[in-house]
Design a protein. Structure first.
Lengths: 115, 114
């Protein structure tokens, strides 16, 4: 069965510093990996995805993520954090070995960027 | 391109009452999902449709929850009877397919059961 783990409930970073939000996954086949962001009282917004190809993927708002197959990780990164990046971030995985291919979410990491 | 539409945005009901949520996915999207998000937790998949067929409803409490997607477009999720622990945000999402395409989410319906 597929699963995804976000080991940090909360990440604090100073404005202008680089940020990393961690995600590890477990699947039977090859993973499709996604990052979403959720602002207060809003739905989830898609940031980026890894399907195949280059391990470093770039997404919206300057975010990027690196797929590491040996470590089964897909950490979200940004070189310079903005206060407006403060939100709840979710990693999600779809297992293409599973016939249903459902989209399974982690528990979320709350990012706070300190001015 | 219009996004995923959900209604109502908010609903307050008493326990043991029934409630229904409606979702209109992005045009042309074959896959539709209903998620339950309890405060402070990640979204939990309740049911996934591919066109008008169910592909996964393993986490749907079928004694009280039901969902349908008639004609493979709009979908409704119903709870009858509601329990206090059903208080959550119910999110609808759609994607072009069940593979590498991302899912787009609606604003959600916040349900409070009192």
């Amino acid at each position: 069965a597929q699963s995804v783990a976000q080991p940090e409930d909360q990440v604090n970073v100073a404005e202008g510093n680089p940020l990393t939000v961690k995600c590890t996954y477990s699947v039977s086949g090859n993973p499709y990996l996604f990052w979403y962001v959720q602002y207060p009282n809003r739905g989830l917004q898609f940031l980026l995805k890894y399907i195949t190809g280059d391990n470093l993927v770039k997404g919206s708002y300057g975010f990027e993520a690196e797929f590491n197959k040996s470590q089964t990780s897909f950490h979200l990164k940004k070189p310079s954090a903005l206060v407006s990046d403060s939100a709840l971030y979710f990693c999600a995985v779809r297992d293409n070995h599973n016939g249903a291919n459902n989209l399974f979410f982690g528990t979320g990491t709350r990012l706070t960027v300190i001015p | 391109e219009a996004g995923v539409a959900q209604s109502p945005r908010y609903k307050i009901i008493e326990k043991r009452q029934s409630v229904a949520f409606w979702c209109n996915p992005i045009s042309g999207h074959a896959t539709l999902y209903w998620y339950q998000q309890i405060l402070g937790q990640g979204p939990k998949l309740l049911i996934q449709f591919q066109n008008n067929g169910v592909v996964d409803d393993s986490q749907l409490p079928k004694d009280r929850f039901s969902a349908e997607r008639l004609k493979g477009v709009d979908s409704t999720l119903k709870i009858q009877p509601a329990k206090l622990e059903d208080s959550a945000v119910y999110l609808c999402a759609s994607s072009q397919d069940m593979w590498g395409t991302e899912a787009f989410f609606g604003q959600g319906t916040r349900l409070t059961v009192v």
